[in-house]
Unconditional design. Structure first.
Length: 188
């Protein structure tokens, strides 16, 4: 189903094209575009589709991708890292979660929430602090590739506090809710 025809003028103006420029880009005559925009004529399906396809391509070209706002420096720990060291790493870097990586691949996640629950439920907190992260880590964060569109990442982040960016199976970046907020504020 095609969008409303009134969107043609709105989209054209939004990207700063004249009717003539839009005509050259789409193969739809300038006079037809003028008639469509003034509600004088209803275009054929194929001409309307050419126009809306063009706007969709332009939108995809300008849509932010994960690679535009991901954090490249992924602070992580290994499975054998003692919980005490992992907590200090989170504190030092002001982060609330750590991916647990082995050979560049995600095997789990350690969060402040999980660490606190385990410590609070433990009879011997000193002993639990020396246990390896592997014993208490949660499942891995979701993984996406660097070409994933902003909108998709944003919807995933509604359910997770972080997302790992991978390439050929290896972690190359991370996105947190703070990164999303920076990307949104940076756009304005």
């Amino acid at each position: 189903m095609l969008p409303n025809l009134s969107e043609i003028k709105n989209q054209r103006k939004k990207i700063g094209l004249t009717q003539s420029e839009l005509a050259r880009q789409t193969g739809v005559s300038q006079s037809l575009i003028a008639k469509i925009e003034s509600n004088v004529i209803v275009p054929s399906y194929s001409n309307a589709k050419k126009l809306f396809d063009f706007f969709e391509i332009i939108q995809k070209e300008h849509e932010a991708k994960v690679s535009d706002f991901m954090t490249l420096k992924v602070i992580s720990v290994k499975t054998e890292t003692p919980l005490r060291i992992a907590i200090k790493t989170m504190e030092k870097n002001s982060i609330s979660q750590l991916p647990v990586l082995e050979d560049g691949k995600s095997v789990g996640t350690l969060s402040e929430k999980t660490a606190l629950e385990v410590i609070n439920n433990s009879e011997n907190s000193k002993e639990i602090l020396e246990k390896s992260v592997e014993v208490i880590m949660d499942d891995s964060m979701p993984q996406i590739n660097e070409d994933t569109p902003f909108q998709l990442v944003s919807s995933i982040m509604g359910h997770y506090s972080g997302v790992l960016v991978t390439k050929n199976g290896k972690v190359i970046g991370i996105i947190t809710k703070a990164d999303l907020l920076r990307a949104i504020v940076g756009k304005k």
